[in-house]
Ligand binder design. Structure first.
Ligand code: ATP
Length: 543
């Protein structure tokens, strides 16, 4: 992994590389950008396409039990009523009335500051009351000595969720002590750490806004629907309201009958889809990790109502994990998180997330949910059209249950970038140490598979062979032709964009046996290789 100093530093370097080399740009940059939206440049578009293609090949084409689907982004609004999104696809939102900032309540943390063996004078207590840190009556009680000095609460601190939320809260609590001239030992804030969804009505007024550092401006959490609305047709009144889909999954449920009736599918089988989804996220952040327009790859695997759902769920978790390994994500960065039973929706039998260790913390990459027959039943009830499956073997009709692996293309792309990014010291031809930035993408994902480099651009025999090889490779893979600059510099340019191999056409190629120099990105080792061997290598590694 990278040698960058801190996680923030590392993210900044990755973001800078993405812009510098044309992977990812801010959307509408010339107008100052548009928060939560991104554009994929020439290399990013290739990388993204490779992720989609690998998933589609492995999930759909190479299996016998899964078929594909491409449903529309805007569907009948009743779809979203039946699915529960109109009523319940909400995030709890907290506003800061002073700064006008909005926060997701579950991402805004606070802690009560407790001081043990406290010592403070009346000035400190007055200041705490004046600054709204404690209530007046409580201040009076403290002034009158009606407290147990063993442990006194003196107010609250707050911080946004990050990889160092706890440290930040502790630092703020220390500053708090200094600011109000309070002596005593700070009780570790872990013991009173909560997010804003858990804040009591009395507490909210005392919790400082992360924007201003002062209490009194935060609102209680309220529900905010994350679906983007639009109007369909000429009218722009309530009757024409429609939504940009917040997930692709509903397409598979709504078209379930169509696929069963036409697709010659038999249980268990899956319907898979890749496509854009839109969520009006309150706090888009961490680069492309949480954005407002993103792409999902979802699959609904329908099973018999009496099938062993747990076994099937476990098998899909395993499949998804292995797939991530096959595209080069390191196992050391992956972990599983099982949602606690009490936090699951009433219809959910179990959800396990595959987590990835991003530089900004361990976060959800892929959710694998056992959803029972909730979605199909909801649509059957709302539409009046049965969503049953007729089982030839038992001659029984029933509504199948479903296991749903749902993942974001952008989150995989970010995971692949973070895992691949490395900076290292290497020696050049003259023995001087220089820094090399390298993206160690797996050959499956690398935007460019091979760079074809003629050693010299003014030797027609060399250029001729190089161009021919380039054209031949290009029919099957995305390859790059580069004849400008010293060969070492050309190698570095390819390292930085993650090209696994460079082939150099040199004098030996034209004068001797037609072999090329193959230079390997990760080891930087070189060897001679024939054209046939080169094609074999690519066939084997890029699948
Ligand atoms: P989160 O808790 O991070 O908001 P979620 O649990 O709501 O995610 P799902 O509704 O299960 O996410 O969506 C499935 C997958 O879609 C997620 O695992 C993630 O990979 C991706 N995804 C969801 N929201 C976003 C987003 N705003 N930006 C990018 N990818 C997203």
């Amino acid at each position: 992994m990278a040698t960058a100093d801190s996680p923030t530093d590392l993210m900044e370097r990755i973001v800078a590389l993405c812009k510098r080399r044309g992977f990812i740009f801010q959307s509408s940059e010339i107008y100052g950008g548009f928060n939560g939206f991104f554009d994929y440049g020439p290399l990013g578009a290739e990388l993204k396409k490779n992720i989609r293609d690998c998933w589609w090949d492995d999930m759909v084409r190479r299996r016998d039990d899964i078929v594909g689907l491409e449903s529309s982004i805007i569907m009948h609004p009743k779809v979203w009523e039946a699915s529960g999104h109109v009523a319940g696809f909400t995030d709890p939102l907290v506003d800061c009335k002073v700064s006008k900032q909005r926060y997701r309540a579950d991402q805004l943390f606070f802690a009560q500051v407790f001081i043990e063996n406290v010592e403070f004078g009346p000035e400190s207590i007055n200041a705490l009351v004046d600054k709204g840190r404690i209530k007046k009556e409580y201040g009076e009680a403290l002034t009158n000595g009606k407290f147990n000095p063993q442990s006194v609460s003196v107010g609250y601190v707050s911080a946004l969720e990050s990889e160092r939320t706890k440290e930040e809260l502790n630092e703020k609590a220390e500053e708090f002590k200094k600011k109000f001239q309070i002596r005593g030992q700070l009780r570790p804030i872990d013991r009173t750490l909560h997010d804003m969804t858990e804040a009591g009505a009395d507490e909210i007024a005392l919790i400082p806004s992360p924007a201003t550092g002062e209490p009194g401006s935060l609102t209680p959490p309220r529900s905010f629907n994350m679906m983007f609305q639009t109007n369909v047709g000429a009218m722009t009144d309530g009757s024409s309201v429609a939504y940009l889909r917040p997930e692709t999954a509903q397409g598979m449920f709504v078209d379930f009958k169509n696929v069963v009736d036409t697709g010659r599918v038999k249980l268990p089988f899956g319907i898979a889809q890749i496509g854009k989804s839109f969520r009006n996220e309150i706090t888009p952040r961490n680069f492309i990790f949480r954005s407002r327009e993103f792409e999902q790859m979802e699959m609904e695997y329908f099973i018999h109502e009496d099938a062993d759902w747990k076994k099937c769920h476990d098998e899909w978790i395993e499949w998804c994990k292995n797939w991530l390994l096959s595209i080069g994500l390191p196992e050391s960065h992956l972990s599983l998180y099982a949602h606690p039973q009490e936090k699951l929706a009433f219809y959910s039998k179990g959800t396990v997330d595959i987590m990835f260790q991003y530089p900004f913390g361990v976060q959800e990459l892929w959710g694998i949910a056992a959803r029972g027959n909730y979605d199909l039943t909801q649509h059957a009830t709302a539409s009046g059209k049965p969503m049953e499956y007729f089982d030839e073997a038992t001659k029984k009709k029933f509504v199948p249950h479903v296991i749903e692996p749902a993942v974001g293309v952008d989150r995989i792309l970010l995971a692949a970038l973070c895992a691949a990014y490395a900076e290292e010291d290497v020696k050049d031809d003259k023995g001087n140490v220089e820094k090399r930035t390298v993206l160690r993408f797996s050959p499956r994902l690398a935007p460019i598979k091979v760079a074809v480099l003629p050693l010299m651009k003014n030797k027609p025999e060399i250029v001729d062979v190089a161009e021919k090889l380039y054209r031949k490779l290009k029919r099957k893979w995305n390859v790059f032709y580069d004849e400008s600059g010293a060969i070492g510099r050309r190698y570095r340019r390819q390292d930085e964009i993650g090209t696994p191999w460079c082939v150099t056409i040199d004098f030996e190629t034209i004068e001797k046996d037609g072999t090329f120099t193959l230079r390997e990105r990760d080891t930087m080792q070189q060897k001679r290789i024939t054209e046939t061997e080169l094609f074999q290598l690519l066939e084997e590694k890029v699948y």
